[in-house]
Design a protein around this ligand. Structure first.
Ligand SMILES: [Zn+2]
Length: 313
């Protein structure tokens, strides 16, 4: 190879490296994952991932830092944002909607792109169930003040709109929580105006094969949804776990986003114990995509056993 050819080759390599350095020119593969649950078709839809400085956000920073180091995981942490679509044949039920435009371009907000890739249109969704109202779960409901899911009725436990859609509560809330009030008005508000927001009080049976259970603490109305068909069960538990690397082993560690940290930790302990005993399949909003797996009881705390990948859903 002559020196000129060598230089050209180096240049081509540099160019290639330069072009893949920009995520927008090299996007992740479509984020959807399918599995059957009895007669239901489940599609996990990725809204993308967000980077969070978890030691700064969690209750025991040094423990969190050490755990990430021991488990060879990068910090800031990459938190998946997962949404779940249940196609019952009769209904297309979307559980959580990701962040929409709230976190800015290129960060999360990938739900609709991945919904299309999975073969569905936003108009196909007739039911949206929110595990709770928070930007990364309810933010995708509306873009630019317009409802993204025009055919859908949105369901949430009554304790969450009683907080996040209340002007009185907003005036009393700590400063750190204020953005959630504003975001809720912007993204959940259009469904209220259209008469498309319905509330329940968990525990409640919502539809055939869909039950809401209370998981209060992270927010006052956080709910899990138990999806059941032909004796097969899936529990979608929202934000019971923000960091699998930390909170399975040490469920007492809380995160700044918890509205009531004590209740959030108590709920986590209770549901980890129940799901470890029952062996129920779990889907988590921030467990690494597709976020499906099982809770295992250990001598110290619990661990997470991801469900094996299958190319035959
Ligand atoms: Zn969340």
């Amino acid at each position: 190879m002559g020196i000129k050819t060598k230089l050209m080759a180096a240049g081509a390599l540099a160019l290639a490296a330069g072009s893949i350095a920009h995520a927008e020119q090299w996007p992740q593969a479509p984020g959807y994952y399918r599995m059957r649950l009895g007669d239901f078709r489940v599609t996990v839809l990725s809204d993308g991932s967000v980077e969070r400085d978890l030691p700064a956000l969690m209750s025991e920073p040094e423990k969190v830092r050490l755990r990430f180091k021991a488990r060879h995981q990068p910090l800031p942490a990459h938190l998946s944002v997962n949404c779940f679509l249940i196609d019952t044949g009769e209904h297309r039920i979307l559980i959580d909607t990701g962040a929409g435009e709230l976190f800015g371009p290129g960060v999360a907000g990938q739900l609709i792109k991945n919904l299309h890739s999975a073969g569905y249109m936003p108009e196909d969704i007739d039911i949206v169930l929110l595990t709770h109202i928070h930007g990364d779960h309810s933010g995708g409901l509306s873009i630019g003040g317009q409802r993204v899911f025009p055919s859908a009725t949105v369901y949430v436990d009554d304790a969450d709109p009683a907080l996040w859609l209340s002007k009185d509560a907003e005036a009393r809330a700590p400063l750190a929580q204020r953005p959630t009030f504003e975001q809720s008005q912007k993204t959940v508000g259009p469904y209220v105006t259209a008469g498309r927001l319905k509330t329940f009080h968990a525990p409640a049976t919502l539809f055939a094969g869909v039950q809401a259970i209370p998981l209060r603490g992270h927010t006052p109305g956080q709910s899990g949804y138990i999806i059941e068909s032909k004796g097969q069960k899936l529990l979608l538990w929202g934000d019971v776990i923000h960091s699998a690397d930390v909170q399975f082993q040490d469920p007492s560690i809380t995160i700044q986003y918890d509205v009531d940290k004590r209740d959030a930790a108590a709920t986590r302990l209770r549901i980890l114990s129940e799901t470890a005993d029952s062996g129920t399949l779990v889907g988590g909003a921030h467990l690494s995509f597709p976020g499906l797996g099982y809770v295992v009881r250990e001598a110290n705390g619990y661990s997470w056993a991801p469900r094996a990948y299958s190319s035959q859903p």
